[in-house]
Design a protein around this ligand. Structure first.
Ligand code: C2E
Ligand code: MG
Ligand code: MG
Length: 565
């Protein structure tokens, strides 16, 4: 090379020449200084002296193939200096060809130091996947780690535990000693967690004082328990932060794959749910996610969703059961009872779907729908010349709503042709007592509107006299479980007698529900209860069947016989 060029190249780059066998024949000053070798150590040595071991043989094969073919090669190479440190060079290697023979004569290489750029890149890449404070994998990297672990677990058929760990009392440390101390504590916690882990396990920091542990090789519950106990113990050991002794503990939520056969995100969510339970049940403990409970909750969701659909698709309907005065034979009105006309299962009784729904606000929508339907039905009957009051059942959750009265007003206003006095709301006695304050207020406000009330299932709620006084319902319905047994159970007979006496003393109407036979009726009339409802009179029937039933209803002769008394 021409001397002028060489001066320029020497100033700009790391420069060397090698012969065809790779022996170094020339190096410039920059080459010596970056590699840490003296010139005399390099000259005559093979270029392999700088090999870092970082590149695999295929990398150099590619390079040599290009050079032997007379082509230049460009790439970034990691070399090892004499002191063992690594440095990266951006290299261009050029085979020089003898113009006389057309053969490659030697190789020259021009290199630039890119170590800093490489390090920066590496740091950046590392930061994307790690938490800078503790050096642990972060949330983004966790999902990779967890997916790898799941794949391993599936392949090897080995259980895997996903644990969500949260410190108890971390906020107090932060607030009491400052955030810098809080940070030191987190670093120490991270170190302890790393210290406990075995090969293949992983720990990541999600945020704040939240960590996730992935434990592989959990062969049995006992082993898992041992591992978790070890973690709890390690975290609970005292810390010395800036010469102060600090103590915290950890709560852990755990879920086990493949028992909990879900994807990475869901497993973390399940561990989080279990963590919540661990916290609730007193901290410094772990809680295992309950897979079967989760399935139950999901099933509940599905059922409730299906019932909501039934409501909007018009699959719900009301059946009507008559209330009759046994002495006079007069039909006094009806109780509206909910039914689900299921497309596959046929007619479904409320006991089969309402209990789940009653835990949700759907029961409010259903309750309002029932009131609306009952009002519309009364309107239709009225138009046909029948004045039949209807009672509807109101659930606990519904009657407790602060806007119950307001919304009831709206419902009544939708049916101006029906007097509010025609509507009777049945509230189960036990519900009324549990919410006595709210219910008695509600009762007063509704009675201002003219709406009537009944205490349903009376006798099951252990009402005291004072409660009864505070619940000014017009009617008391004796629960069918007592009525059923009055003929042969002395206690039930005594209770029924007492309830009838009580109702009389308080000036309430009393009605017996679940009346199944004529004899029951005779006894009840004897006791002073003339009004009844039950299969012994009629089963609940569709609205269309009501008018015919009433027209054909004949009071049993045994009751008629008692009428004179
Ligand atoms: P409930 O209000 O005490 O209604 C009386 C229940 O006893 C009805 O059951 C009725 O069919 C049944 N029954 C009537 N006569 C007899 C009889 O002689 N013997 C026997 N063993 N049973 C008789 P149903 O219709 O299955 O309703 C069960 C419960 O579901 C009701 O008890 C009520 O608490 C609730 N429910 C029904 N409809 C609604 C509704 O629209 N909304 C709300 N929130 N609850 C409702
Ligand atoms: Mg009822
Ligand atoms: Mg009842």
């Amino acid at each position: 090379m021409d001397d002028n060029y060489r001066t320029a190249v020497d100033a700009a780059a790391i420069f060397s020449e090698t012969d065809l066998s790779g022996r170094i024949t020339y190096v410039n000053e920059q080459f010596c200084s970056i590699s840490g070798y003296r010139r005399d150590e390099l000259l005559g040595a093979n270029h392999r002296i700088l090999n870092s071991g970082l590149h695999d043989p295929a990398f150099f094969d590619g390079m040599w193939r290009a050079l032997v073919a007379g082509k230049a090669w460009k790439g970034e190479i990691c070399n090892r200096a004499k002191d063992g440190s690594l440095y990266w060079v951006d290299s261009t290697m050029v085979p020089l060809i003898d113009p006389a023979t057309g053969q490659v004569r030697k190789y020259v290489s021009i290199r630039f130091d890119v170590t800093e750029k490489r390090q920066l890149l590496h740091t950046l890449q590392w930061r994307v996947g790690h938490d800078v404070l503790t050096g642990l994998p972060n949330r983004a990297y966790l999902s990779d780690l967890l997916n790898q672990a799941l794949e391993f677990s599936r392949r090897e058929d080995i259980a895997l535990a996903v644990c969500m760990l949260d410190l108890d009392g971390f906020k107090a440390v932060n607030d009491g000693y400052g955030h810098a101390s809080g940070d030191l504590l987190l670093v120490e916690v991270a170190n302890r967690l790393k210290g406990i882990l075995r090969g293949g396990d992983a720990v990541a920091r999600l945020s704040g004082d939240e960590f996730v542990l992935i434990l592989r090789h959990v062969q049995d519950p006992a082993q898992l328990q041992l591992a978790l106990q070890r973690v709890l113990k390690a975290i609970a050991a005292p810390y010395s932060i800036r010469e102060r002794e600090v103590s915290v503990s950890a709560s852990i939520g755990v879920t086990l794959f493949p028992l909990d056969n879900e994807d990475a995100d869901t497993l973390v969510r399940h561990a989080d749910q279990a963590l919540y339970v661990a916290k609730q049940s007193g901290r410094n403990r772990y809680h295992l996610f309950d897979v079967s409970l989760d399935r139950e909750v999901k099933a509940t969701h599905q059922t409730v969703a299906r019932v909501r659909q039934a409501l909007t698709m018009g699959e719900l309907c009301l059946h009507y059961q008559p209330k009759v005065n046994m002495r006079s034979g007069q039909v006094l009105g009806f109780e509206a009872l909910l039914r689900w006309q299921h497309p596959l299962k046929g007619l479904v009784a409320p006991a089969d779907f309402l209990p789940l729904v009653e835990q949700t606000d759907l029961i409010v929508d259903i309750g309002e729908w029932v009131i609306d339907q009952a009002m519309a039905q009364m309107q239709r009957w009225q138009q046909a010349g029948h004045v039949w009051p209807v009672s509807v059942n109101i659930a606990a959750r519904h009657v407790q709503r602060s806007d119950f009265v307001e919304r009831l007003k709206h419902l009544l206003a939708r049916h101006p042709g029906v007097a509010p006095q025609m509507l009777d709301l049945e509230i189960v006695e036990s519900v009324a007592i549990e919410n006595i304050q709210r219910v008695s207020q509600c009762l007063d406000a509704c009675q201002q509107l003219g709406v009537q009330f009944s205490l349903d299932d009376f006798g099951t709620g252990y009402s005291s006299l004072s409660y009864l006084k505070r619940l000014p319902t017009r009617t008391i319905k004796i629960d069918k479980s007592f009525v059923r047994d009055i003929l042969h159970d002395h206690d039930d007979l005594a209770l029924t007698r007492a309830v009838i006496g009580l109702a009389r003393a308080f000036g309430r109407q009393v009605i017996a529900e679940g009346l199944e036979t004529i004899e029951h009726g005779q006894l009840l009339m004897d006791l002073g209860c003339d009004v009844a409802q039950g299969y012994g009179i009629a089963r609940p029937m569709s609205a269309e069947a009501v008018a015919d039933w009433v027209a054909n209803y004949v009071q049993p002769s045994q009751w008629l016989a008692l009428a004179g008394h």
